[in-house]
Design a protein around this ligand. Structure first.
Ligand SMILES: [Zn+2]
Length: 1018
């Protein structure tokens, strides 16, 4: 999956350590030896995360009535018990009063009987109070966050559910699915039936699999030899999205059985599962579109299945549809047959062996263009009015497919590859095997309105998803803890393939910027190892973050440079050949690499230090004459010592690279593990082109590098210059270097013309500007802006308002002019407003240069009339590329009512699609009038947001990060902390929440440390 790339700026929580899983209690699967005796609650298998079990429910503030009653009862038990027993005593004394009113002394026997009665009564009351109400109801206990429920898993019908773990049992494995679906785009419901052929690995009486939100009407089982379907009892356990098929007799080892389930459900109104999308056709008529998004955990909401990546199987899919629509699935279509009036059934060929999260289907009115390459038909599909924007994607996909087949030495195994533009899509794209789905802006290129940056985005997303056809689809990670094997690899290949196939795009500079951002996130205590133990749905969702994608990719980049290109490629080929159609773990990759290095280097030992530990090293270089010594320590922003993980002594195996004054940087890169170097040189720069995932501190030698940049900055490559800017500002944040020196280093920028260092400097200065502006230091912020003008003003003035130049120049133009127009510097707004007015006069028919379009729209949206006109044009534009520039410009308004209107309407998803919401919130939270508003909006709508986008998802991570990133006061820190503490445990424990808290604390610390220095400096 590709999270929407412009979202990748965001920052994460401590993971449960592996040791928690090692402490899994010994359990007995009684269902394997069924019917010998009734199943007792304490014989049911325990959920392994026992420590989480124990605390669940405490500190919960969002409980439903049942839970609240239960909890308050438990707390008040002592008091209630006393009241009730005193009532009992009163009743007894009334009973014992004799007719004449005098009191008699009770006999010993009476006393004993009464005591027994009292004890029984009190015990009964205690039992009634202790058990949750639902225990005795027909529905049973199936609400989330229920302590008792996890200890005694009760199915929705009140019976004991025979499995209590989140992960499925491995006694039965799926081999093949026959899936028939009939979606109805009028009623927005669907009916389905699935036949699953399973193989029994261990004798059992139950088959546990996933199902979520499906209304199951019938379940039967057929044995391999038998022809008769036998109806079976099935139990549902919604807390874990599981159902259990209870077999009438023991299922025998080695035998195949077929489970047949019939069900129905609604098309989802979220972005997960089999979901519905509303869009307008060429005639502005509302139409419906149905598509799937299963990764990571939503295949179970479209059909009952073994929804874990390691349970690979083959799939035969049949879809019944309206004869006017078309359907697509992973495999080519085999046949179409009439069913009833106006309804036909499409049958697709049987798939290759694959994971459930890669299954996909689309039902809509679509058109396509196609081209054949190497025996596979590549097609790009879009709604009819967007088909004219599909050409660039088709060319790009064909080129990249050819490249990957050569690089991996494995042919793309399917006869077709479809790329489909989906009109409303949460992430950037999804790599479903043979049927890749995209957000429209990530696939459709419009010659008039798509910018240089849009072209890079589309190329990058296609490169990423095509790489997944091998990394992820052919070889899949065993479990979500190793998601980086999918995502890190696909991200690495995305940039590698772009450099090889489209060198003119300079995508390595984009990759560099993403690595800088991932390191920001990884330098917080809330970070996590690339490979981290995960179990719950929120934890799995949270793995889709910059660390799995970008850090994973940058570690592979470092390894490739260390091993050399050819050795790395050979290792990748071995890995793919050894594990195709199977699943793998991180160690399998290192073992494959070791087959190539053949004892000369232990890749596993080297890479484990990077994969299993959070954070990265800071290498300090000290030069004394001819002696250069280097040392490593953990780079970590220290905030409060609360929840501190003591891992400061951790050591990495660092493949150090360096260049010196005595040789040209293209020829003298040396690489070896931490060692010494003795040669007198004028200057030395480590981490060449930032190909290693570490920062470097030059101790007393920064001055030498600063002077070098001022005298002859081209002695270093643009990436090295960007790397120095990034490192010195981060070291200043850490307190290791002065901010004064950081500002001194960027003084050379007046001579800089490369995109990478300019972009990095602008990013660092914008962070400082934003922090000052939002925290009552407007005057100082203005002085930062003045400094930006001093450094970049000439560069901004030199930009032309056209689409001329190389892609890199065009992208820089777009960055500089958008920045200048947003901050109203260098007369940018005057030029942009004039162009906007001309565009308005032409009623939007005049063609604007695509690279500066956003700057023009941003300037135009500052006036109320301009904003209204832009909104009308947004509704009528047929170009998604244009619309995305318009929506960001609309959100950059200073009018708070307009900001609220945009956020509210995007959340509702009617007039503005919900896919835009995280961008709108990001833009609003960057502006002075909007940043508090964005946070208020998130607080007020937290429940709706987490329903629409799922807790832990990339979108939620971004929304939390953006809406809190500007805070730098203790009041805001407290406010953010107490808001999330008042929500469910799942919300407050989110990594992005911990990260937001770390970031605010760091902001506070930064302000305290640097305010006085800045006052003097600027
Ligand atoms: Zn991906």
């Amino acid at each position: 999956m590709e999270p929407f790339p412009s979202d990748q700026i965001q920052l994460p929580r401590n993971m449960i350590e592996n040791s928690m899983f090692e402490e899994e209690p010994d359990v007995v699967d009684l269902a394997k030896e069924p019917c010998l005796h009734p199943l007792e609650p304490d014989e049911v298998e325990y959920e392994p995360r026992s420590s989480r079990l124990l605390v669940r429910g405490l500190g919960e503030h969002e409980m439903d009535d049942d839970e609240e009653d239960y909890e308050s009862s438990a707390k008040l038990l002592g008091m209630s018990f006393m009241n009730r027993s005193s009532n009992l005593r009163n009743n007894m004394s009334v009973y014992r009063q004799n007719p004449n009113g005098s009191c008699s002394v009770p006999s010993t026997r009476t006393m004993v009987v009464c005591t027994v009665v009292l004890v029984i009564a009190v015990s009964l009351i205690m039992v009634i109070y202790l058990l949750p109400k639902c225990t005795f109801t027909k529905e049973g206990c199936h609400k989330k966050n229920h302590t008792m429920e996890l200890i005694y898993p009760l199915a929705s019908n009140g019976k004991i559910f025979p499995w209590a773990k989140i992960r499925l049992p491995t006694d039965v494995v799926p081999l093949h699915y026959d899936l028939v679906l009939q979606p109805n785009l009028t009623t927005l419901k669907f009916a389905g039936s699935v036949k699953i052929v399973v193989n029994v690995v261990q004798v059992t009486w139950k088959i546990v699999l996933h199902s979520s939100g499906l209304n199951i009407t019938k379940a039967t089982i057929t044995s391999a030899g038998g022809h008769q379907e036998k109806p079976v009892e099935f139990l549902e356990y919604p807390l874990h999205d599981q159902i259990a098929i209870m077999a009438p007799e023991a299922l025998l080892v080695g035998q195949n059985y077929t489970v047949n389930i019939e069900y129905s459900s609604n098309l989802s109104d979220t972005y997960y599962g089999f979901y519905k999308i509303s869009y307008k056709d060429e005639n502005s008529k509302q139409r419906w579109f149905a598509a799937t998004q299963f990764e990571p955990l939503a295949a179970r909401s479209a059909f009952p299945c073994f929804d874990e990546p390691a349970f690979k199987a083959t799939f035969l899919i049949k879809i019944k549809r309206d004869e006017n629509l078309s359907t697509l699935s992973n495999m080519p279509k085999k046949a179409t047959a009439p069913v009833t009036d106006g309804i036909v059934q499409d049958e697709f060929f049987v798939s290759l062996k694959m994971s459930t999260y890669l299954v996909a289907f689309v039902v809509a009115d679509l058109k396509n263009i196609s081209r054949e390459t190497n025996g596979s038909l590549v097609s790009v599909y879009a709604i009819p009015q967007h088909l004219n924007q599909a050409g660039y994607a088709l060319n790009t996909a064909v080129k990249l497919l050819e490249f990957y087949q050569k690089y991996f030495l494995i042919k793309y195994p399917l006869e077709k590859l479809d790329l489909v533009a989906i009109p409303d899509f949460q992430s950037g794209a999804m790599e479903n095997w043979g049927l890749i789905t995209f957000r429209e802006t990530a696939l459709l290129f419009d010659n008039n309105t798509s910018s240089a940056r849009d072209k890079k985005l589309i190329t990058a997303v296609i490169a990423h998803e095509l790489a997944h056809q091998w990394f992820g689809n052919l070889v899949t990670m065993k479990w979500w803890n190793d998601l980086w094997l999918n995502e890190g690899f696909a991200t690495f290949m995305e940039y590698f393939a772009m450099e090889e196939v489209f060198p003119e795009l300079h995508s390595d500079e984009d990759f560099l910027n993403l690595i800088f951002k991932a390191m920001m996130k990884d330098s917080l205590n809330s970070s996590h190892p690339v490979s981290s133990a995960v179990q719950s749905s929120e934890q799995i969702e949270e793995m889709f973050d910059a660390l799995s994608y970008i850090k994973g990719a940058s570690l592979l980049l470092m390894l490739k440079h260390y091993l050399t290109k050819d050795v790395f490629q050979a290792g990748v080929e071995v890995y793919l050949h050894n594990h195709n159609y199977e699943s793998a773990q991180s160690d399998d990759l290192w073992d494959s690499m070791n087959e190539i290095t053949n004892g000369t280097l232990d890749v596993k030992k080297l890479m484990k230090t990077w994969i299993l530990h959070k954070g990265f090293p800071l290498v300090t270089v000290v030069r004394k004459g001819k002696i250069i010594s280097v040392q490593q320590e953990k780079f970590l922003y220290r905030v409060e010592t609360e929840n501190w993980t003591s891992d400061a002594s951790y050591l990495w195996d660092i493949p150090l690279t360096y260049i010196t004054s005595s040789c040209n940087f293209t020829h003298c890169t040396n690489a070896y593990l931490l060692d010494q170097k003795s040669e007198e040189v004028e200057w030395i720069k480590f981490n060449v082109d930032m190909n290693g995932y570490y920062m470097v501190h030059y101790a007393d030698d920064w001055k030498t590098l600063i002077d070098l940049l001022k005298k002859n900055h081209t002695a270093l490559s643009p990436k090295d210059r960007a790397n120095l800017i990034n490192n010195i500002f981060n070291l200043a944040g850490l307190g290791k270097e002065s901010l004064e020196k950081a500002f001194d280093l960027i003084e050379y920028l007046t001579k800089e013309s490369s995109t990478a260092p300019l972009t990095q400097a602008l990013f660092q200065l914008s962070l400082i500007y934003n922090l000052l502006e939002k925290n009552g230091e407007q005057q100082l912020a203005a002085r930062v802006m003045h400094r930006i003008e001093h450094l970049l003003g000439d560069k901004i003035d030199q930009q032309r308002w056209t689409d001329d130049g190389t892609l890199s120049e065009r992208e820089l133009r777009s960055t500089l002019l958008t920045f200048a127009c947003i901050h109203d510097i260098r007369n940018c707004s005057t030029t942009a407003t004039q162009m906007f007015e001309k565009w308005v006069k032409s009623n939007g028919t005049m063609s604007l240069p695509s690279d500066v379009m956003k700057a023009i729209f941003t300037a135009g949206a500052k006036s109320s009339d301009g904003w209204e006109f832009l909104l009308q044009m947004y509704f009528s534009s047929a170009s998604e590329a244009e619309k995305s520039k318009m929506i960001e410009a609309l959100a950059s308004t200073d009018d708070v009512r307009k900001m609220i209107w945009l956020m509210q309407n995007s959340l509702e998803g009617e007039v503005i699609r919900a896919q835009e919401l995280s961008h709108i919130i990001a833009t609003v939270s960057q502006s002075l009038p909007g940043y508090l508003l964005a946070w208020d909006f998130v607080k007020e709508n937290w429940k709706k947001l987490t329903r629409k986008f799922h807790l832990g998802s990339y979108t939620i991570q971004n929304i939390v990060s953006w809406s809190t990133s500007q805070f730098a006061t203790k009041v805001h820190l407290l406010e953010v902390k107490s808001f999330f503490e008042s929500k469910s445990e799942e919300s407050s424990q989110l990594r992005c929440v911990k990260e937001a808290i770390d970031t605010i604390q760091l902001n506070i610390q930064w302000m305290e440390r640097n305010l006085a220095t800045l006052q003097e400096l600027l």
